[in-house]
Design a protein around this ligand. Structure first.
Ligand code: HEC
Ligand code: HEC
Length: 346
């Protein structure tokens, strides 16, 4: 208990330090909420920074992202569960993999996923490239074997040529996932909130601005701050009140979160704090996909993470703020095969 409290206050002070965007040591301003001199709510966040990618390699990764040859029976692509018309997720409680099998957990968005400090709900992959190795061989996702996939891709002369331009060793699983990761890094979605942070006062509504203040004052920024409004730490789901009792039902293996990786008791029910960018588009919510409405997800968060009962009005304001995080998709977030004018050679 004590340790958790300490940890939280540490995180709060770290967050307020980081939010200043300056490296120099700070004086005594580490109590962000409920002081006479409230910090500027903007100071908890950072506008989305553009990411430099190699355009041609990104386009190669884009093709692979939409390539059914990465799945065991040629029916699935990454986009099956991370669709760009569904906010980079799949809109389902849990994902459906090869042969219609239901997976154990909700699909997170690929949009802005480069902002995550680790990948997956339980952080079991350190990088996007490492992450992309997983779904291909996962028996309830794409259900393939990498050697088969690599052999299949090598039959495609145009693709072999394209890989040769970037990789001395041609088509390998590492190079396939490296290219996919390059594509994923290009999937940042600048939003009205970014324009607001950059000084355009009219970029978001007054209601959203009030929602931002409630979001900060309630303490959501303890975990959801910075560029992605999440993606920087693990936290317990149900920090101050037991979420799983509230939800009901059996505790599943997926509910154990980070514990599945470390087998450390203290890591039970810890999850990577998810990004809140595009949250409006990626219902249902939470790792178990158990909540359909964003209003309800916000109320549950306030209750189980912060011990606060939010009024309907405050909930509505926070949701209005969260909607300003819905960004613009970059043009490459679409299936290249559907682009009539695809080049023959690639
Ligand atoms: C059958 C559905 C399915 C397919 C196909 C699939 N994914 Fe996923 N993806 C998921 C699910 C479910 C998770 C969450 C799993 C977990 O955390 O344990 C996930 C997690 C991720 C994450 C981590 C995001 C985060 O916030 O941690 C990324 C990135 C990702 N997938 C990219 C890909 C790529 C690239 C491919 C293709 C190579 C792919 N996925 C194929 C369902 C799928
Ligand atoms: C102590 C850390 C912490 C605090 C404080 C916190 N959250 Fe969260 N938030 C999390 C974690 C961890 C998850 C993922 C939980 C899960 O899926 O089981 C999450 C998930 C969410 C989700 C669902 C994301 C998704 O992709 O499904 C929303 C929405 C959300 N939080 C909003 C808020 C709001 C609004 C507040 C303030 C009222 C808040 N959070 C406070 C840690 C926190």
């Amino acid at each position: 208990m004590r340790r958790t409290v300490l940890l939280i206050s540490l995180i709060v002070s770290l967050a307020s330090l980081a939010a200043c965007g300056k490296k120099e040591a700070h004086d005594s301003k580490s109590e962000p909420v409920q002081t006479a001199t409230k910090p500027d709510p903007k100071s908890f966040f950072k506008p989305l920074a553009p990411v430099e990618v190699d355009e041609a390699k990104m386009q190669l990764g884009r093709k692979l992202y939409f390539d059914t040859r990465l799945s065991g029976d040629g029916t699935l692509t990454c986009a099956s569960c991370h669709a760009f018309d569904k906010g980079g997720a799949d809109g389902a409680k849990v994902s459906t993999g090869i042969n219609g099998q239901l997976g154990p957990i909700n699909s997170p968005t690929v949009l802005n996923s480069h902002l995550n400090f680790v990948q997956f709900w339980d952080g079991r992959a350190a990088t996007l490239a490492e992450q992309a190795l997983g779904p291909v061989e996962n028996p309830v996702e794409m259900g393939a074997k990498w050697p088969e996939v690599v052999e299949r891709l090598k039959q495609d002369e145009a693709l072999v040529k394209e890989f040769a331009a970037f990789y001395e060793d041609g088509i390998t699983k590492e190079n396939v996932t490296d290219a996919i990761a390059e594509f994923e890094r290009s999937l940042g979605t600048p939003a009205p909130f970014d324009r607001y942070l950059e000084g355009d006062e009219d970029a978001i509504s007054d209601e959203a601005k009030r929602g931002l203040e409630v979001f900060v004052a309630t303490g959501c920024t303890t975990c959801h701050s910075g560029e992605g409004l999440g993606g920087t730490m693990y936290q317990k789901m149900g920090l101050v009140q037991n979420y799983f009792e509230l939800r009901g039902g059996e505790i599943t293996e997926a509910d154990l979160g980070r514990y599945n990786v470390t087998k450390n008791e203290a890591d039970k029910h810890l999850f990577k704090v998810p990004l809140l960018r595009n949250i409006e588009l990626t219902a249902p919510y939470f790792h178990d996909g158990s909540v359909d409405s964003l209003d309800e997800a916000v109320k549950i968060m306030a209750k189980v993470q912060l011990g606060r009962d939010l009024s309907d009005e405050d909930t509505k304001l926070i949701v209005a703020f969260l909607k300003t995080l819905t960004g613009e998709l970059p043009p490459q977030a679409s299936d290249p095969a559907l682009e009539g004018a695809e080049s023959e050679e690639g």
